[in-house]
Design a protein around this ligand. Structure first.
Ligand code: 13P
Length: 254
């Protein structure tokens, strides 16, 4: 079954409301005639409203970068899935390596956030990936399998089919050193095999697996030509409308 490519831009902590609006405007102009690719952007929380207003009816979806597991409560500084949904988000990134390494998120918390996203009616983009030390120790398959195992444990198959998995090797994020297409394909095949082992066949056939880590216009086509690479989660290059558009075009030509 052909999976529709899915390209998402993670703006991280760049682009306050004014700059975010300008980038959204540029994207809207560039994206007028992109067919057959799902596109989403994840602006900083404070910029979501501005981007949502700008991208209304554009076909570009919105994603949160994180969420708190509770629906609401006395959690100063946090944002719930319900609130992201009300602000116009369809997706939410969960377990990004920067959350895991800089903010101490472990697999158990990631699992709670995945459940919370489902409760709120958001589609999770579940980020997994090994560090350089873990790869050097030959543990990449074990690490990614554990991350998936804990995050998706007990999930009904129909919900699992709506998850996007983003394989982002930590050593490739923001370093300019992307995984090679063959390295990425090998790990994507591992993710696909995990899904086939744990869920009915339609789940593994449907789930889109994005690659993330120094995706640029120059390497996107080679990465996206791999059979199990269904899209990209783009950091730095998503902050430039032309670069992001070039990556989306590469996905469209896949
Ligand atoms: P870069 O594309 O800047 O390497 O970032 C990747 C990433 O972390 C996307 O979530």
């Amino acid at each position: 079954m052909a999976r529709r490519p899915f390209v998402a831009g993670n703006w991280k902590m760049y682009k306050g409301p004014v700059e975010a609006d300008a980038l959204a405007m540029a994207l809207k102009r560039a994206l007028v005639d992109v067919g057959n690719v799902d596109v989403a952007v994840a602006p900083p929380m404070v910029s979501i409203a501005a981007v949502a207003a700008r991208l209304r009816h554009s076909g570009v979806a919105l994603a949160g970068q994180n969420l708190h597991p509770a629906a609401e409560g006395a959690f100063t500084g946090e944002t719930s899935g319900e609130h992201l949904k009300a602000a116009g988000c369809a997706y939410v990134l969960i377990g990004h390596s920067e959350r895991r390494t800089l903010f101490g998120e472990d697999d158990a918390l990631v699992a709670q956030k995945v459940s919370a996203a489902m409760r709120a009616g958001l589609l999770p983009i579940l980020c997994v990936g090994e560090t350089l030390a873990e790869r050097d120790a030959g543990q990449e398959v074990a690490v990614v399998t554990r991350q998936l195992e804990v995050a998706l444990r007990g999930m009904p198959a129909d919900q699992a089919a709506g998850v996007t998995v983003a394989y982002e090797p930590v050593w490739a994020i923001g370093t300019g050193r992307s995984a090679s297409p063959a390295q990425a394909q090998e790990m994507h095949a591992t993710v696909r095999a995990f899904l086939h082992a744990r869920f009915p066949a339609f789940v593994g056939a449907q789930v889109r697996i994005q690659y993330g880590g120094s995706v640029k216009p120059g390497n996107a086509a080679a990465l996206l030509s791999q059979p199990d690479i269904d899209g990209a989660l783009v950091g730095g290059a998503s902050l430039d409308a032309d670069d992001f558009f070039a990556i989306i075009r590469a996905a469209a030509g896949r």
